[in-house]
Design a protein around this ligand. Sequence first.
Ligand SMILES: NCCCNCCCCCS
Ligand SMILES: [Zn+2]
Length: 343
Amino acid sequence: MLTFHNPDHHLHHASELKDGKVSPCFELPHRADTVLARVRQVGLGQLAIPAHYGKERYARIHSERYVNFLESAWQEWTALGHRHDALPLVWPVRDLRSDIEPEHIDGKLGFYAMDAGVAITAGTWQAVRRSADTALNGMDHLLQGNRSAFALCRPPGHHAAAEYMGGYCYLNNAAIAAQSCLDQGGKRVAILDVDFHHGNGTQSIFYQRPDVLFVSLHGDPRRSYPYFSGHRDETGSGAGQGFNLNYPLPHGTDWGSYATALDDACKRIRAYQPDALVISLGVDTYENDPISHFRLTSHDFFGIGAAIASIQSPTLFVMEGGYMVDEIGINAVNVLQGYTGGV
Ligand SMILES: NCCCNCCCCCS
Ligand SMILES: [Zn+2]
């Protein structure tokens, strides 16, 4: 399996507001380095640096003003004399207005963010656009007739919606890749999100659309981030009704119950007969993940890959979450080896 990896991901090393303190972000550069080292160690396949794409490709999913905000935020922030990471301080919640884009960077940061897990740094724009390029190149590889590819994206993307960033995510890499398939002749794309956290951004982007089926297994939002999406009754709206499937699972979920939900999800995706399948590959479902609450063992990740192989569609794996434990590389690559062993 070919792996595209983001050469500029080190440019983004941010802080986050967590548990009431500004601290180093859990989404560390070392994460991607550990996965890449494991890809090399097992000899998963060739490695490739993604070709550059223009902002118009990201704007097929995100609004133009949001993409322009990501590009200009650091410059606007430092124009105020700041040299530290940019973080929001106010959000348009409840009956506050969000129909007018503020001009001040403090207003823009809250206007375009769902939480304080998305600091902007000097290198963020370059890192996130190259992460999206990584996913786009992975989809190109499928469209050239290949069965699978791994887009080792960092920063991740599945919490980012059309006009907001959040949960360490700025551009929705999986959504941008799915849209690229549709723009190049695909009729239907399925996105399966196996990250511990609900892919609220991906759900939001495609919620009213039947041409992308979004399926997510995740920690029950009544007790797990992002808390405000991911319930079973969120099934799509308008033309998209029935094309959004959530499987919220309780803290402590082990392979037994996870596999049951995954098998059902894979059956639903097979019935949809997608031209391409995009996997939002988060491995924070691991029993020792520092910020999550499932109990999958490293061996269980082979089973996730094998279940995905049973869908028998061209498949793009897009790296999402999974936090700093040495096993992040083993777990991510176990999925990929389970898949290639199962195809
Ligand atoms: N106490 C939990 C804090 C969660 N903070 C954001 C998590 C984003 C995960 C992305 S996969
Ligand atoms: Zn996650």
